[in-house]
Design a protein around this ligand. Sequence first.
Ligand code: SAM
Length: 482
Amino acid sequence: MANYNPKSLKAEEFIHDGEILETLEYAEANKNNMELINSILEKARPQKNGNGCVCQGLSHREASVLLACDDPSVNKRIAEIAEEIKLAFYGNRIVMFAPLYLSNYCVNGCVYCPYHMKNKSIARKKLTQEEVKAEVIALQDMGHKRLAIEAGEDPVNNPIEYILECIKTIYSINHKNGAIRRVNVNIAATTVENYRKLKEAGIGTYILFQETYHKESYLKLHPTGPKHDYAYHTEAMDRAMEGGIDDVGLGVLFGLELYKYEFAGLLMHAEHLEAVHGVGPHTISVPRIKKANDIDPNVFDNSISDEIFEKIIACIRLAVPYTGMIISTRESEEVRGKVLNMGISQISGASRTSVGGYTEEERPHDSEQFDVSDQRTLDEVVKWLMECGHIPSFCTACYREGRTGDRFMALCKNGQILNCCHPNALMTLTEYLVDYASEETKKVGFELIEKELEKIPTDKVRDIAKKNIEDIKNSNRRDFRF
Ligand code: SAM
């Protein structure tokens, strides 16, 4: 019988089933213990520290107590503190990205995914380098600067060499004022050697969703193919970090298993990365199962309501305050609008989940991975974000300045966000507005930028940002950054 040990490199010791079950019992037993709940909420709040703020975060046990509590006044406070943390560390910036599907060939049998090997009704496609180029130009023409590449697992059709070649192609394309400045990668668990190759290719975050932390369910949901190996999949982030990748992105596919179990597992995974590698996950994603070719989401009986979904996001924000949180177009405009105030820091826009989808006209496409709920254009999403008081940011500076892993966390902790990320967001938003936005969006954007510039605390930084913004408006020069 395995023992719980967050520092162990063995999946079943850092994601310890017994510890999760005890956590759930503890949370259930204490869900009305107001003294404990108040102390947990107090611990979660940002504390002033010199010019900046610090947050202690919460353990998986503490956060599970908050998740279990169903008192409406506690839920309200959780949402308020989530927003407080979001504003303290991320401000009102929301980072924009788009997924790029390279290939949907897959040898796995994941029962929730339309790419599963036995699915004969989905069109199988793999982009050639010419097609990658065309997709990237279409994405650049919308204004995207940051991509997440996606592919099924297939050592013959999508070997690591193919993924590396695609990354090289993507970074090489400069079309008009466009350039993809950060490529994040969401491909199946692989070897340390392959992670090293991805690092050398200049990737940003390596993203891999656990799908479920519950081993027994995991084995049933992934009945065949290399992904069936629970330990290999769960230990992937340790191999990625060993291979030199210091930004990794976790996620659970909500709907497969009981959400309280997944929530505790997800936080234990984050604690494990911090304990072993000294830095927690760069991002956490919160996908929910969607309808897709050959997939009926109703056959999975652990689906969660929008209210629970929103609460999970707020509780993650309290538990891991320095970790970015991503929401995709699986969610509707309404849900996305709500969770942006509860700690989400990255959002996709105008996504196509099909292979070659950005150069095809009408949806739905025959190779789509799932139904997209938010089908607005990037221009519409950008305008909407600004009208809701957020700053859509196309910034990728941290990554290009080497501020990854714990160096990014240090920036957060010493309060330099307003002097660094805020002006970068405003400059990259100006680039977007000048190069790609509709007249209406431009109007909303330039007014917002004027106001937001005044929030930069240091006079010198504010003056440089103002000058750079004028330069972006008046010339073709791009890519100013702090
Ligand atoms: N093949 C890679 C892997 O094994 O991780 C890449 C994953 S896939 C392109 C991206 C993610 O989409 C999966 O990890 C899964 O969580 C999610 N996904 C799969 N089927 C889905 C569905 N029907 N609805 C919503 N999300 C789904």
